[in-house]
Write a protein that binds this ligand. Structure first.
Ligand code: ATP
Length: 238
């Protein structure tokens, strides 16, 4: 569904990612892991059209999309849940959700999807008129995911959904991500929470200093000594 080939992106003189090649097949969950500053967010922003790659190609459903503006990528079926969630704090939960659907022209479908989001995340129904900024971190993450889903994406890009959340909330969010995937949305997820993500990912890539250093299916990375030593604090990770 998505493929990046030899993509590099820089901030001025700083080369943040170099020659990145990744594939996200339709229907799968692909994880991108790595330490702080490895280039995960840069990769996501490059895919979502927020940063322009200086080299390489990105194709989405067979079309070359590098250089496209973010709104056009959303129309094409790609939605980003950014790092830090970017909830509109002074808008209600409902308004935040409606923002996610702002480019759609099928009010009946939007209404149906609102209902679906409130079924997936019951807390959003309870808090529908509450200001986004007054929700807890976990609730804001759920809202951010639901808002992205309101554009009916084929591919959902999740940038560190577990950031700053309590373990119990993280487990709930990962369960929901799995369910969203089961219902047909392809997912690319960036995480520092390596163990959780490799458990749900079909395939994973490890980024180090802007380059892919390992890749493999989720389970084999989880059992790979090099990966566990670098990211899971040694061999004992069960
Ligand atoms: P984190 O988990 O901390 O978000 P990350 O893996 O997402 O890390 P990036 O945010 O993509 O990493 O950063 C990759 C590199 O690019 C780092 O060296 C970082 O310092 C640098 N960088 C990121 N944003 C900018 C920016 N706006 N200007 C200059 N350099 C940047």
């Amino acid at each position: 569904m998505l493929s990046m080939r030899d993509v590099s992106t820089s901030y001025g003189q700083i080369k943040a990612i170099r020659d990145i090649s990744i594939d996200v097949p339709e229907g799968k969950i692909v994880g991108l892991i790595g330490a702080n500053g490895a280039g995960k967010t840069t990769t996501m922003k490059t895919i979502a059209g927020l940063l322009k790659p200086e080299k390489g190609t990105i194709t989405f459903e067979g079309k070359r999309v590098d250089g496209w503006k973010p709104y056009r990528l959303v129309q094409a079926g790609l939605a980003l849940v950014p790092e830090g969630r970017a909830i509109l704090g002074q808008m209600t939960v409902l308004e935040n959700l409606e923002m996610g659907a702002y480019q759609r022209k099928d009010p009946a479908g939007v209404k149906q999807d609102l209902e679906k989001m409130m079924t997936w995340f019951p807390i959003l129904r309870e808090r529908i008129d509450q200001l986004g900024g007054t929700m807890s971190g976990g609730q804001q993450q759920m809202l951010a995911i639901a808002r992205a889903l309101m554009s009916r994406p084929k591919l959902l890009l999740l940038d560190e959904p577990s950031m700053g959340l309590a373990p119990i909330v993280v487990s709930e969010i990962f369960r929901t991500i799995k369910e969203i995937n089961r219902e047909g949305t392809t997912i690319l997820i960036v995480e520092q929470n390596v163990k959780q993500v490799l458990k749900i990912a079909d395939y994973g890539y490890v980024l180090e200093a802007g380059r892919i250093v390992y890749e493999g299916d989720g389970k084999s990375l989880l059992n790979d000594e090099k990966v566990t030593e670098a990211y899971l604090g040694g061999k004992k990770h069960a």
